[in-house]
Design a protein around this ligand. Structure first.
Ligand code: NAD
Length: 253
């Protein structure tokens, strides 16, 4: 299928971001995967090599404004017109509120909120010339409900939900849609690092589907939100892709 341009996927070297890159390539998009960690970038470059020049994997820190400006400018000028962005780069910590320092809180906001904002803003600056584009952010069920240990992370993801609405309203006049997904627990390196066995049991007790998602189970909804034909009237929404987590109350006898 012919696609209207290229897509930047931040955090594209791991977890949900990498699964999205693979899905978009399979759907015929040209993709720039951007990630912070050089080793992950190298690994993803090797894994995606069979896709040839339809994919680029680059190193970039989305919390650094100058690097974001460069990422978007180089994608637009060297890789075809920019159609879309998937803001999957993010960091998480599970820390009781009483132990959460201002530094940790700021770091999480810096990446998850300001980084997401910077990429969306710079992308919109170039997309507006064509009055077309789609931006997909990754929030979390922890940005919708209060989860233990998530004062900083949950606040950052709640901010992503509202940021998605504000940008959808402002960018509608530019022809750009902005949406988000809110995943429940997904088996990725991020979650494997923060979920102890005890935490895993506690999360599963709240998930009607009774399992963690695989990263590729996020990719279909994200691809739908990027698609200019399938989701052309959807903007400002956060879709919970959470195995029923946010629907449930008492879910098992
Ligand atoms: P992951 O750790 O596998 O992938 C995140 C990637 O983002 C990593 O490769 C990391 O290097 C990159 N990254 C971190 N900081 C960056 C920065 N400053 N600049 C560029 N890249 C950066 O984690 P994941 O689980 O795939 O998470 C992807 C997104 O989904 C995150 O925003 C996360 O908060 C969100 N999320 C994940 C889950 C889950 O259960 N895994 C649930 C809800 C939301």
């Amino acid at each position: 299928m012919s696609r209207p341009g290229s897509v930047i996927v931040t955090g594209g070297a791991s977890g949900i971001g990498l699964a999205v890159v693979e899905e978009l390539l399979a759907e015929g998009w040209r993709v720039v995967a951007a990630d912070l960690v050089p080793e992950s970038v190298e690994k993803a470059r090797a894994a995606l090599a069979p896709h040839g020049d339809t994919v680029r994997v680059v190193q970039a820190d989305i919390s650094d404004e100058a690097q974001v400006v460069k990422l978007v400018a180089e994608t637009e000028s060297g890789f075809g017109p920019l159609w879309g962005v998937v803001n999957s780069a993010g960091i998480a910590r599970d820390i009781p509120a009483l132990d959460t320092s201002a530094d940790i809180f700021r770091k999480i906001l810096d990446v998850n909120v300001i980084g997401t904002f910077l990429v969306a803003r710079e992308a919109a600056k170039v997309m507006q010339a064509r009055s077309a584009g789609s931006i997909v952010n990754i929030a979390s069920v922890s940005g919708i409900q209060g989860n233990l240990g998530r004062a900083a992370y949950g606040s950052s993801k709640g901010a992503v939900v509202v940021l998605t609405k504000v940008l959808a309203v402002e960018f509608a006049a530019l022809g750009i849609r902005v949406n988000a997904i809110a995943p429940g627990p997904v088996d990725t390196p991020l979650v494997q690092a923060v979920h102890t066995d005890q935490a895993r049991t506690a999360w599963l007790a709240r998930v009607p589907l009774n399992r963690y998602a695989q990263p590729k189970e996020m990719a279909g909804t994200i691809a739908f939100l990027l698609d200019p034909e399938k989701s052309s009237y959807v903007t400002g929404q956060t879709i919970n892709v959470d195995g029923g987590f946010t629907a449930g109350g008492l879910i098992r006898p």
